[in-house]
Design a protein around this ligand. Structure first.
Ligand code: PMP
Ligand code: GLN
Length: 385
């Protein structure tokens, strides 16, 4: 007897598939998005001291007060508003949980939720599992800028929410003030909710500023901001994230978080709260990653790929449409096995698997590893002939 699937379209994620393929082939893994270097020893020492000091039992459901306070202070410093640490900030087990709980809080049977194509893979399943219907609006093919006419054409009386992501995975697009204004106008007219995935909030380049959607007074009452310490402090394996939302939304969010995970790993919360005392730990991140992006992009100039430098996130996409008709999945597979460099085929981020002959590379790696990857990518013509 087979169990009927609630997610019949879903298989193993591309991140798992490409990481396993990379491991098997002995390839440099620029596929799954995780830092290839260790986090700050100071942070690791803090974890050690808190576990030794006995901070190993359940944390409070909404997160320890010290960490919620620090998240609020960080938001004030970087986004000029301060969510109340007791009622408007919740610590969760990764942004994935924040996104799921926020979607569950607002979506009921038959509700339409606008997702932007291409999108990170966890949004659609979360909508579907909560009885909602994903409605896709395409970002611009050329540069992944938000296409407001396209979004407006997808709004209907059944639209309940929109999921947005800035800086954007996989394209690196960073929302502009005009994008935020357009969304605020839409929310004002329709009252829809916004689930804002901002896990790359501290990774923007060329003097761009990340604008949190929670920072806009017109959006705040309708917005769940989802963040992740995994990206900010190079500890993706800790799975610690947070959600910021106004009280009326947070009450419902917490009811769901309470029964999804109840609470999040405690010694790491104490360690992060202490670590966040030093603002430079996150304020230095744009420069840290700018150097990596610049080095990687400089290397890519030597390859035949076409690209525009990423504006944010730690991903760089490239196009090979002018070089070959090979499917992006086949090329990514052959690159992993033959060139020993793994990447993600872009089509997996599209609901219709549209293949624009693009690939995504993660450049959150040591310089040596990126240099070696570029050296190998310079031999791409061996595969493309
Ligand atoms: N959103 C985006 C855009 C991501 O790239 C990721 C992957 N890290 C997540 C959410 C999930 O974050 P976390 O690992 O904190 O659950
Ligand atoms: N966010 C990471 C990426 O986009 C992967 C996270 C995961 O493996 N689920 O590569």
């Amino acid at each position: 007897m087979s169990l009927s699937s609630k997610l019949p379209q879903v298989g193993t994620t591309i991140f798992t598939t490409m990481s396993s393929m990379a491991k098997e082939a002995g390839a440099i893994n620029l596929a799954q998005g995780f830092p290839g270097f260790s986090s700050d020893p100071e942070l690791l020492d803090l974890v050690r001291s808190y576990t030794k000091a006995g901070y190993n039992q359940y944390a409070p459901m909404m997160g320890i007060p010290e960490l919620r306070q620090k998240i609020s202070e960080k938001t004030l410093l970087t986004q000029a508003y301060s969510p109340h640490p007791d009622t408007e900030v919740t610590v969760v087990s990764g942004a994935t949980e924040a996104l799921f709980a926020a979607i569950a809080a607002v979506v009921s049977l038959g509700d339409e939720v606008i997702l932007l194509n291409p999108a990170y893979d966890s949004y659609a399943p979360a909508v579907i599992l909560n009885g909602g219907v994903p409605v896709y609006a395409a970002l611009r093919d050329k540069d992944y800028a938000v296409d407001w006419d396209e979004i407006l054409s997808k709004v209907s009386p059944a639209t309940r929410a929109i999921v947005v992501n800035t800086p954007h995975n996989p394209s690196g697009y960073v929302w502009t003030k005009e994008d935020v204004k357009q969304l605020a106008d839409l929310v004002d007219r329709t009252g829809i909710y916004v689930i804002s995935d901002e896990v790359y909030e501290h990774i923007t380049f060329d003097d761009r500023n990340h604008i949190s959607l929670g920072s806009h007074p017109g959006l705040r009452s309708h917005t769940f901001v989802c963040g992740s310490f995994g990206k900010t402090f190079h500890v993706t394996g800790w799975k610690i994230g947070y959600c910021i939302a106004p009280v009326s939304l947070m009450v419902e969010f917490r009811k769901i978080h309470q029964y999804l995970t109840f609470s999040t790993v405690s010694p790491m919360q104490y360690a992060l709260a202490s670590y966040l005392e030093d603002k430079e730990k996150y304020l230095s991140l744009p420069n840290f990653y700018q150097k990596k992006r610049d080095d990687f992009v400089e290397g890519l100039e030597k390859t035949p790929f076409k690209f525009q430098s990423a504006a944010g996130s730690f991903f760089q996409w490239v196009s090979y449409a002018h070089l070959s008709d090979m499917s992006d999945f086949e090329l990514a597979t052959r690159m992993t096995k033959e060139l020993k460099v793994a990447c993600i085929p872009f089509s997996v981020f599209y609901s219709d698997q549209r293949d624009l002959k693009r690939l995504r590379f993660c450049f959150a790696k040591e310089k040596q590893e990126l240099d070696l990857a570029v050296e190998r990518l310079c031999r791409i013509h061996e595969i493309l002939v």
